[in-house]
Design a protein around this ligand. Structure first.
Ligand code: ATP
Ligand code: MG
Length: 255
């Protein structure tokens, strides 16, 4: 069975997609098979792997609504062992369409139940809609990226409440793998204040690895590449290699 990890934070622009693309590439680099499911109508993870967005049912929209089989729409990336189910703007209709269905919370879980990868990473859209409830229901684990900015902690209580209500109702075994501090700028004292604050509150739930603000990370995505393939010596690449080590160490502890 695949380990399903949802990368989620209802806040926009905190590094969810960047985490999915780069963690998936780093997992593949250490020999794990991985599938990225782009569940965001913006399709940033799809672009992040240089994959064309083809509208219609042949993407995560069709999978989420149970209209196509995941295998039919899975694309190879140029990273060996790493695959993606892309997304397009069509997915924005899914929230309304899901709402009309009886098993609306479990469509994704059902659709991907029989896939065989070491890891499935789900890139979640911002917000708390039904797409994200599907991701939280399907997932074994969550990674929460948190941008080292002033309002970082705001909204986190709401996210943890949502996680708890998902545990109480549809997915009692859901685990938070960790909170990941992203876009850390060591020249900005606010970054370290925020990082200390988050560690003070959440202790060991916070990954030791910190993702620095690094221009190579954003350059890489504009070239349709994970940063480890774009500039393996960059601070951004090194941080993601560290992240995969720490993530896998946490995996073996939790199992
Ligand atoms: N560590 C970093 N260093 C520099 N730029 C970064 C870093 N992480 C993310 N970015 C840039 O910040 C922007 C937002 O990141 P990203 O798209 O990963 O966030 P997101 O949480 O997925 O956003 P959304 O909620 O819109 O889906 C992107 O342009 C990305 O390239
Ligand atoms: Mg995103």
């Amino acid at each position: 069975m695949s380990r399903i990890v949802a990368v989620i934070n209802q806040k926009g622009g905190v590094g969810k997609t960047t985490t999915v693309v780069n963690l998936a590439a780093a997992l593949a680099a250490v020999g794990k098979s991985a599938l990225v499911i782009d569940l965001d109508p913006q399709g940033n993870a799809t672009t992040g792997f240089g994959i064309d967005k083809k509208r219609g049912l042949h993407n995560s929209y069709g999978v989420l609504l149970g209209m196509v089989c995941p295998k039919e729409v899975t694309k190879k990336t140029y990273v060996q062992g790493l695959f993606i189910i892309p997304s397009t703007i069509d997915l924005s209709a899914a929230e309304v369409e899901l709402f009309q269905q009886k098993d609306r919370d479990s469509k994704l879980k059902q659709a991907i139940a029989n896939l065989h990868y070491d890891y499935i990473l789900v890139d979640c859209p911002p917000g708390f809609g039904l797409i994200n409830i599907n991701a939280l229901n399907a997932a074994h684990k969550i990674i929460i990226p948190l941008q080292c900015e002033f309002y970082a902690l705001e909204g986190l209580a709401q996210l943890f409440n949502t996680i708890q209500s998902v545990r109480d109702t549809i997915n009692k075994n859901l685990i938070v793998s960790g909170i990941l501090l992203t876009m850390y700028d060591r020249r900005n004292s606010l970054s370290s204040v925020v990082a200390n604050d988050v560690r003070g509150h959440f202790k060991s739930l916070v990954f030791n690895t910190i993702i620095p603000r690094n221009v190579k990370i954003s350059e890489a995505s504009s070239h349709g590449k994970p940063v480890i393939l774009y500039d393996v010596k960059s601070a951004g690449a090194i941080a993601h290699i560290e992240l995969v080590r720490e993530f896998l160490a946490r995996e073996s502890k939790n199992d």
